[in-house]
Design a protein around this ligand. Structure first.
Ligand code: R5P
Length: 285
């Protein structure tokens, strides 16, 4: 087996290569004068692991090109961050189910696919091949442990993220809750942990994606008002669109970290171990 990656997943691909003890093959990326993309992989063998987060439209096309470049090989696609996965149903007439369109296109020519903390596991059914989700809640829990906080409270920003938050909290046996929005009047809402008082606590808000940061910034302001001693944020996919990082820090969040499923300067947590383990386990099935 050999590993190739697209341009925005190079670091994660190298880490997976080390964990699996499988060679990483150099891939060169370029553009033609008209803007079309080009890539060239080194020598592959009969089995290829393609590591490619679809972080934007260019990476979607590069993923298709990488799959085709490995045409003579059996291929596993690791798509740690699957862009468009939040449009997982038709919200209004005439709209596409974008997650389905992307999953279908990526399924051509591959044997199996792996995603990491996909926004909605139902999207895996849109792949035309066996597709699996991998959680890195334990890796995020490991990071929280490294922060050496005093009796941290792990909070999910909504009920949907509760299972993920529980996976993080299980690492240290920490308290865990989710935030709940209560409408106090026409203009006023209160966002607070459902059951645990945040007063005096060191809080870590965990989520699958930080995109604009709006969800966490609002939660942080409310938690400060409720007397939280400190607030940290950790997520899987640090999209950090529209100045989200500064927005969160300005909202009083002491640290904002994400994983290398979406490579950027806040990617202090790695999904490599969880991905390598899932691939090894699947090979033994
Ligand atoms: C929502 O269901 C997701 O889990 C995230 O909470 C959401 O995508 C975050 O978006 P934003 O950072 O733009 O508030």
């Amino acid at each position: 087996m050999r590993i190739i990656s697209t341009e925005r997943s190079q670091v994660l691909a190298a880490r997976i290569s080390e964990k699996l003890g499988v060679p990483l093959v150099e891939t060169k990326f370029a553009r033609f004068p008209d803007g079309e993309m080009h890539l060239r992989c080194g020598e592959l063998d009969d089995e290829t692991l393609i590591v490619s987060s679809v972080v934007n439209n260019d990476m979607f096309v590069q993923t298709l090109l990488a799959i085709d470049a490995a045409d003579r090989s059996r291929k596993t696609l690791v798509v740690p961050y699957l862009g468009y996965s939040r449009q997982d149903r038709q919200f209004a007439p005439g709209e596409p189910v974008s997650a389905r369109a992307v999953a279908r296109a990526l399924s051509n020519g591959i044997e199996r696919a792996f995603a990491v903390n996909i926004h909605d596991p139902g999207v895996l059914d849109y792949f035309g091949v066996p597709a699996y989700d991998i959680t890195i809640a334990p890796a995020i829990g490991g990071y929280v442990g490294d922060l050496r906080l005093k009796d941290p409270l792990i909070l999910a920003p909504d009920e949907g993220a509760t299972e993920f938050a529980a996976g993080v909290a299980a690492v240290g046996g920490w308290d865990c809750d989710h935030l709940e929005k209560t409408r106090l009047s026409g203009e006023e809402v209160r966002i607070a942990p459902k059951t645990i008082d945040a007063g005096g606590r060191e809080v870590v808000i965990v989520d699958d994606i930080i995109s604009t940061g709006g969800t966490l910034a609002t939660a942080a302001c409310m938690l400060r008002e409720q007397g939280a001693a400190s607030i940290h944020a950790a997520c899987v996919h640090g999209v950090l669109a529209s100045g989200a990082y500064t927005r969160l820090r300005a909202a009083g969040i002491s640290s904002v970290v994400s994983s290398d499923t979406y490579e950027n300067a806040s990617s202090f947590i790695s999904a490599a171990n969880a991905i390598a383990t899932a691939i090894r386990d699947d090979a033994h099935r």
